[in-house]
Ligand binder design. Structure first.
Ligand SMILES: *Cc1c(COP(=O)(O)O)cnc(C)c1O
Length: 309
C-alpha cells in the first residue's frame, strides 16, 4: 500500500505546503517526509509526537495543508486522538489523513471520527493470507478521489495486478471473522506477556496499563488489533535467538497474516531514537495470527526459556 500513501501525498501536496506527520509511523511515511518530499519538492515537513495532543496542537498552524496520523502506530502501538486532531486540523484549514492499517476497518472508522482520507494496507488483515500486496484510499471527497486517480494512478504506478486483486477479494470475505479471532487472541497473549518474568514492557492498547487505553476504548470497537510491541531482557543477538527458537510463530517481517509473524526492532534501527525510551532495547514487534492462542503462549514461553529467560 505504500503506493496508495504515495499517491495521496503526491496529489495533495505541492511546493511550499506544510505537512505535520508522526514521529512514529510506517517506514515509507517516515522516509517520504523526512527525506524525500522536503528535499525533492520543497514541502515543509514537521515531525511531531502524534500521541501528545498538546504538541500536535502547537504543530498545526494556519497554512498547514495536511496532517497525517497513524493509530495504533507502527511499530510501537501508540494511540493518537483522531477526533481531536481532526478538529484542530480543520480549524486550521488542513486535511486529515489516517493510516488505519494496524486497527483495520473492523476496529476503527476514521471517517466517522472526522478524517478526510483513510489509507488501508490490503496486504495485511484485509487480504489476510500474506500472499498479495495492495492498498486502498477511502474518502467521501469524490472530486479529490478523481484527482488521485488522474494524477497518481498511472504516474505513481498504483495499479494492482488482476491476480492480486482477486486474491484480496477472496481474502476479504473472511476478514471480519479473522479479525474478531485475532482481537481476542491478541488480548489474551498481551495479558500473558505482561505477567511473564523477563518481559520488560508490553505495549498493546487493549491493556489497562497502556497510556492510550482509555482513548483506544473510545475510538476503537470490537477489539484493539493484532499487533503487540514488547521488550525482553536481552541484547540484539539474544533477541534474534529468541525469534529463531519459536516453532509455532514465524520469524518474518510484515503483519496481519494467517500466520503469527515476529520481528525484532534492533538497537541499530535508523529510527530507534525516535521511539519512547523503553523501546530502545530488546524491542520486538509481534503480529498475532490465527493459530490457537494457547499454542502461541506455549511457544513464546519455550523460546524465552531457550535463551535463559
Ligand atoms: C505495512 C504497512 C503499510 C504498507 O503496506 P504494504 O501493503 O505492505 O505496502 C502502511 N502502513 C502501515 C501502518 C503498515 O503497517
Amino acid at each position: 500500500m505504500s503506493p496508495a500513501l504515495h499517491a495521496l501525498f503526491w496529489t495533495l501536496l505541492k511546493t511550499g505546503d506544510r505537512v505535520v506527520y508522526p514521529k512514529v509511523s510506517y517506514m515509507a511515511v517516515y522516509r517520504l517526509f523526512h527525506e524525500l518530499f522536503n528535499n525533492k519538492f520543497g514541502v515543509e515537513t514537521v515531525m511531531v509526537d502524534m500521541t501528545d495532543f498538546d504538541a500536535v496542537k502547537k504543530a498545526i498552524t494556519p497554512g498547514t495543508r495536511l496532517v497525517h496520523v497513524e493509530t495504533p502506530d507502527n511499530p510501537t502501538d501508540g494511540i493518537s486522538d483522531i477526533a481531536a486532531i481532526a478538529k484542530i486540523a480543520h480549524e486550521n484549514g488542513a486535511i486529515l489523513s489516517v493510516d488505519n492499517t494496524f486497527a483495520s476497518p473492523l476496529n476503527q472508522h476514521p471517517l466517522d471520527l472526522g478524517a478526510d482520507f483513510v489509507v488501508e494496507s490490503l496486504t495485511k488483515y484485509i487480504n489476510g493470507h500474506g500472499d498479495a500486496q495492495g492498498g486502498a484510499i477511502i474518502s467521501n471527497d469524490l472530486e479529490t478521489m478523481d484527482r488521485i486517480r488522474y494524477e497518481a494512478q498511472v504516474n505513481v504506478g498504483s495499479v494492482i495486478s488482476p491476480f492480486n486483486a482477486w486474491q484480496i477479494f477472496r481474502g476479504a470475505v473472511t476478514f471480519p471473522l479473522r479479525m474478531e479471532r485475532i482481537n481476542a487472541s491478541t488480548q489474551k497473549i498481551a495479558e500473558w506477556l505482561e505477567q511473564r518474568q523477563n518481559v520488560t514492557f508490553v505495549s498493546y492498547p487493549g491493556l489497562p496499563s497502556n497510556p492510550g487505553h482509555e482513548l483506544a476504548k473510545k475510538q476503537m470497537k470490537h477489539g484493539f488489533g493484532g499487533v503487540i510491541s514488547f521488550g525482553i531482557a536481552a541484547d540484539d543477538k539474544a533477541v534474534e535467538r529468541f525469534c529463531a527458537a519459536l516453532k509455532v510463530v514465524t520469524f518474518a517481517v510484515s503483519l496481519g497474516h494467517d500466520e503469527s509473524l515476529i520481528f525484532p526492532q534492533p538497537s541499530y534501527d535508523e529510527r530507534i531514537n525516535l521511539y519512547p525510551e523503553k523501546f530502545r532495547k530488546g524491542f520486538i514487534r509481534f503480529s498475532i495470527g490465527l493459530e490457537d492462542p494457547d499454542d502461541i503462549i506455549g511457544d513464546l514461553d519455550q523460546a524465552l526459556k531457550a535463551i535463559g529467560l
